[in-house]
Design a protein around this ligand. Structure first.
Ligand code: ATP
Length: 198
């Protein structure tokens, strides 16, 4: 069975770019956020339960989740996010388990924005964190998403700070002005040679 390596990073840290580099090396990447979104939009059981919890208005007439409505529900009900996670996370976990069994590679990556916050890190053999300074991340996300500094800070405030995640990580990839490719190659070699990211 392939080794399972979790990879995460705060908003704008560059984890998507880092995962793209691993993919170029042939490493299979399971995109947990995209899978969760797909489950919320398309899994009949999840749809039924979300409607039971929050009403049919939770989906738009086009049958996709109404993100604004969900955000306002979560803002007003402190247990709402927990309820959604309780529904969706076990299904993501199952999909990952099935997916990983089919992979022939030495190791796979599970990319998740909330790897540690969700406890998915505990299902992995090791975990990688991508970091960049807060100011750098703010500037990158403002440029990428055309949003204000306040909006970036608001999104950041919902994630754990890097200091907390660093303690739980087995390897750190720095993405301020450090070169990414050598860092990715080193981790790739370590896993292939020693079965560990360091
Ligand atoms: P999110 O969690 O918000 O999806 P992310 O961690 O996946 O963020 P990316 O989308 O990979 O981050 O990177 C954020 C933005 O910063 C992108 O527009 C990306 O092109 C840019 N970026 C990332 N790394 C660098 C870098 N080393 N130099 C310049 N731009 C970068």
């Amino acid at each position: 069975m392939a080794l399972k390596i979790g990879i995460t990073g705060g908003i704008g840290s560059g984890k998507t770019i880092v995962c793209r580099l691993f993919k170029i090396l042939g490493v299979p990447v399971f995109e947990a956020d995209a899978v969760a979104k797909n489950i919320i939009n398309n899994d009949p059981d999840t749809r039924k339960k979300l409607i039971r919890l929050f009403g049919s208005g939770i989906y738009t007439p086009e049958h996709v989740i109404d993100k604004k409505k969900l955000a306002s529900i979560i803002f007003n009900d402190k247990y709402a996010l927990q309820k959604v996670n309780k529904l969706v996370h076990p299904k993501v976990r199952n999909e990952f388990a099935l997916w990983v069994e089919q992979q022939k590679a030495r190791y796979v990556l599970l990319e998740a924005a909330i790897l540690f916050e969700s406890g998915f890190d505990k299902l992995m053999d090791q975990n990688i964190l991508v970091v960049a300074d807060k100011e750098v991340r703010i500037q990158r996300v403002m440029a990428r998403d055309h949003i204000s500094k306040e909006q970036v800070l608001e999104r950041m405030s919902k994630q754990w700070p890097d200091e907390k995640k660093i303690k739980l990580s087995d390897a750190i990839i720095k993405n301020n002005d450090e070169l990414l490719i050598p860092q990715v190659l080193r981790i790739n070699e370590n896993i292939k040679k020693y079965g560990k990211v360091w």
